[in-house]
Design a protein. Structure first.
Length: 252
C-alpha cells in the first residue's frame, strides 16, 4: 500500500547516491530541523488518514528512544498506538546514553521488557528509533522468549558508526569508543539475523545517519523505505501509519 501524507510517503529516493560507508552531507544534516518541524506540522492535517489504520489487537508494545532522547521523544507515536488499540509502554530508563543507561549487557532494558511481558502475559513488540533500535535488536537476541517482533526506525545497525554524523556525540555521552572491541561485538550482534520477525524502516534522505546502514542486506528482515528526516521520523505521519500497518500485518 502506498502512503502519502502532506508530501511524505514510501520510498522514492535513489538509495545509491550515497555510498554506505559515508555519512550524510552537511547540507542534509543542516536541513534536518526544518524537515522535522514540517513533519510535526503535518500531523495536524493527517488525523483522518492516521485514524483509518486497522484497529490494534491490544498487544504490548515498548518504544525505545534514540541517542540522548527520553520517553518524551516518542510521545506522539506512543499516544497514536495507544489510541488505535495497542498497549504502548515507555521504557522508563531516562535519556538514552547507550550502555550508561541500559547497562553493559543491556540488563536494565531486558528487565523492563521482562516486567512488561510478565504484566501482560504476552511477548513484547519492540519499536526502537535510531540507537533505540540497535538496543531492541540486542535485547531480542538475548531474550527472544520475551520478544514478539522488532521494528527499527532509522537505526544504523547494519554498518559502521562512522557512516553517521553523530558517532562523536555518542562517544561523548556514552563514555564508549566505537572502536572498542566490546562495542564492535555489540554492533555485530545487533546486525546479525534475529530469532524473531524484524522490520527495518529507513530513509535514503536521512541527514544524520546513512540510510543504507539502517536496513539489512542479507534478507533476514523486511526493509521498508520512507521519505523522512531523522529528527522528524517519529512524528512523520507516513511513518506513524506505516508502523500501524506493520503491526496489523496489512502492508504490501
Amino acid at each position: 500500500m502506498a502512503l502519502s501524507f502532506a508530501g511524505f510517503g514510501r520510498g522514492a529516493v535513489d538509495a545509491g547516491v550515497l555510498p554506505r560507508h559515508l555519512p550524510p552531507s552537511r547540507g542534509q544534516m543542516l536541513a534536518e530541523w526544518p524537515r522535522g518541524l514540517w513533519s510535526l506540522a503535518s500531523l495536524a492535517v493527517s488525523r483522518r488518514a492516521l485514524d483509518a489504520a486497522p484497529a490494534g489487537d491490544g498487544r504490548p508494545v515498548l518504544l525505545l528512544p534514540g541517542l540522548i532522547n527520553s520517553d518524551s521523544s516518542n510521545l506522539f507515536l506512543r499516544r497514536y498506538l495507544h489510541r488505535i488499540g495497542y498497549r504502548a509502554y515507555r521504557w522508563k530508563l531516562g535519556r538514552n546514553f547507550g550502555t550508561r543507561t541500559v547497562g553493559a549487557d543491556a540488563e536494565k532494558l531486558i528487565a523492563r521488557i521482562e516486567h512488561i511481558a510478565g504484566k501482560t502475559g504476552a511477548p513484547v513488540t519492540l519499536i526502537g528509533v535510531s540507537l533505540g533500535g540497535i538496543m531492541a535488536r540486542l535485547a531480542a537476541h538475548r531474550r527472544p522468549d520475551l520478544v514478539r517482533e522488532v521494528i527499527t526506525i532509522s537505526s544504523p545497525f547494519a554498518g559502521p558508526a562512522t557512516a553517521t554524523n553523530v558517532w562523536r556525540t555518542f562517544e561523548r555521552v556514552s563514555g564508549d569508543r566505537i572502536d572498542d572491541p566490546r562495542m564492535k561485538a555489540m554492533q555485530a550482534e545487533a546486525a546479525s539475523p534475529l530469532p524473531v520477525p524484524a522490520t527495518a524502516i529507513w530513509s535514503a534522505s536521512d541527514g544524520l545517519v546513512n540510510g543504507l546502514i539502517c536496513r539489512a542486506e542479507d534478507g533476514h528482515c523486511r526493509n521498508v523505505e520512507v521519505r523522512s528526516s531523522h529528527v522528524g521520523v517519529q512524528v512523520n505521519p507516513a511513518v506513524l501509519r506505516l508502523v500501524a500497518d506493520l503491526l496489523a500485518g496489512t502492508t504490501d
